[in-house]
Ligand binder design. Structure first.
Ligand SMILES: O=C(O)CCC(=O)C(=O)O
Length: 247
């Protein structure tokens, strides 16, 4: 068993679990180098390349070479699927949602120095059109993350009402976001290799990167194989992958 009673209680009551430096040593260095390669590649790709999006100017033009996100990263760059399959993560996931697990909605955020962005306050389930508490979101921080280079922020306990709040598009960003009482937020300052698991109803966001350091992370969602969403049905959507099936 990977999860303690206290972790189960924390996940149920607060809505999240943080595992500092769960991915470490040579394995972490290998993933960092892999993602360095995608950042280098992105500098040579034209704006409009499928899966790759770039940071926006004030008038919403993509800035060539300034990578914002690789959406569907496990489709665009299949070797990244091995990170989603890491047993240290999956063993914990199966204790939360059972042994038949898929992953979907795979993303890489490089959050590059001096202006890189990822997300503002939101609930992942707003994007999935559900309030299911069977969807477990997972952020993997491949580099040290703090307030300056754009760490994750979460609102503990905000999943409990199972309500999806109003989200609105914001200028100069790609998504739709909400506002929260930030005095109740927890900033997840963490070392490289940290894995954060949280329910898809939890309100969370992140700071923009105002530092001269990058902040690579991946974000994706684990789900029991029998749960289908409109955007990521099973089978038939290329960004939904089998992670584990019971023997
Ligand atoms: O960039 C981050 O730290 C969080 C990413 C995230 O929460 C998301 O993609 O929904």
């Amino acid at each position: 068993m990977k999860l303690t009673q206290e972790e189960r209680r924390q996940f149920a009551d607060d809505g999240y679990l943080i595992y500092e430096a769960l991915i470490n040593g040579e394995k972490l260095a290998g993933y960092q180098a892999m993602f360095d390669g995608f950042v280098e590649k992105s500098k040579t790709l034209p704006v409009g390349t499928p899966h790759y999006t770039y940071e926006l100017t004030e008038d919403r033009q993509q800035i060539p070479g300034f990578l914002h996100k690789i959406q569907g990263v496990c489709v665009a760059e299949p070797p990244t699927l091995s990170l989603a399959m890491e047993s240290e993560i999956v063993e914990r996931i199966i204790e939360l949602i059972g042994e038949n697990v898929d992953v979907f909605g795979t993303k890489f955020f490089p959050k590059l120095p001096n202006g890189g962005t990822s997300v503002w306050w939101h609930q992942d389930n707003f994007y999935f059109g559900t309030n299911s508490d069977e969807i477990i979101s997972c952020g993997i921080y491949l580099q040290d993350a703090d307030e300056e280079n754009g760490c994750l922020r979460i609102l503990p306990g905000s999943h409990l009402k199972k309500e999806i709040v109003v989200h609105e598009p914001a200028h100069k960003t790609y998504g739709s976001w909400t506002e929260v009482d930030e005095s109740k937020a927890l900033d997840v300052v963490c070392p490289a290799g940290t894995v954060v698991l949280f329910g898809a109803n939890l309100l969370h966001g992140s700071y923009d990167n105002v530092s001269d350091r990058p902040r690579y992370s991946t974000a994706w969602h684990y789900v029991p194989d029998d749960v289908a969403q409109d955007r990521f049905p099973n089978p038939g959507y290329s960004d939904r992958h089998i992670v584990r099936r019971a023997e």
